[in-house]
Design a protein around this ligand. Structure first.
Ligand SMILES: *Cc1c(COP(=O)(O)O)cnc(C)c1O
Length: 225
């Protein structure tokens, strides 16, 4: 019941039009089932194998989001069912997703991951690299992916103003892209994925419409995944 209470508390604070991705990485099937039974059907995982196992064990109307850093050789295992891939940070990865999506006769929605944190350790593309990918000729050839938006992670810090600044910079870039990018079949910028348990309120105040919340729903993880 604790998990369901956590979920309800968060849903109360999430405005309409915002998608809550319940991040279930490292958590057992029974925990996910509890959230599912409460009516929530969008879950995020950061390891492909773990997501595939959970997909196989759980109801098929769940939307599975891949939120972790991607290894290209694993894309094929989730290509049949993944709903949204958040952390795409290279053209090579996008090309592999396109290839596997084609094999499965579908279009896979993707978010490009932007590097907005000050720390060096975070993955992600610069804004210039994102523009370069989206305007390249090679990108136009990818018919089986769709870029649905951007994803970003703020610095891990107590400085709320710093976090807000980073989220705001991504929101501004997202709006600029929406205005300035030429129309393309494989681009439909609707989704801005920003905010986790510790900073989702700041993200929502700064334009996020998709938050990825794990520990605030399921409790602390036993190891950093
Ligand atoms: C684990 C993870 C989350 C959720 O983290 P919490 O702090 O538990 O909410 C969100 N996004 C990404 C990319 C993650 O890896």
């Amino acid at each position: 019941m604790l998990i369901k209470n956590n979920l309800d508390k968060i849903l109360e604070t999430v405005p309409g039009g915002v998608t809550l991705v319940a991040v279930s990485k490292t958590k057992p099937i029974s925990d996910i089932q509890e959230v599912y039974d409460a009516g929530h059907k969008v879950f995020g995982e950061n390891k492909v194998q773990e997501m595939v196992q959970k997909y196989e064990a759980l109801p098929k109307d769940i939307e599975w989001h891949m939120i972790g850093h991607l290894q290209r050789n694993k894309v094929k295992y989730m290509a049949p069912f993944v709903s949204l891939i958040h952390g795409v940070d290279s053209f090579k990865t996008l090309k592999e997703i396109d290839k596997q999506a084609q094999k499965n006769n579908r279009i896979i929605p993707c978010l490009l991951e932007a590097k907005i944190a000050q720390e060096d350790s975070k993955f992600g593309l610069s804004f210039a690299e994102i523009e370069e990918i989206l305007t390249s000729d090679a990108f136009k050839e990818l018919k089986n992916i769709q870029i649905s938006g951007l994803m970003g992670m703020a610095s891990y810090t107590d400085d709320k103003e710093q976090i807000a600044k980073e989220f705001r910079s991504l929101k501004n870039f997202f709006e600029k892209l929406k205005k300035e990018l030429p129309k393309a079949e494989n681009i439909n910028l609707t989704t801005l994925s920003m905010g986790m348990s510790g900073d989702y309120k700041i993200a929502l105040a700064n334009g996020s419409n998709m938050i990825r919340v794990g520990s605030a729903i399921f409790g602390a993880r036993n190891y950093i995944a």
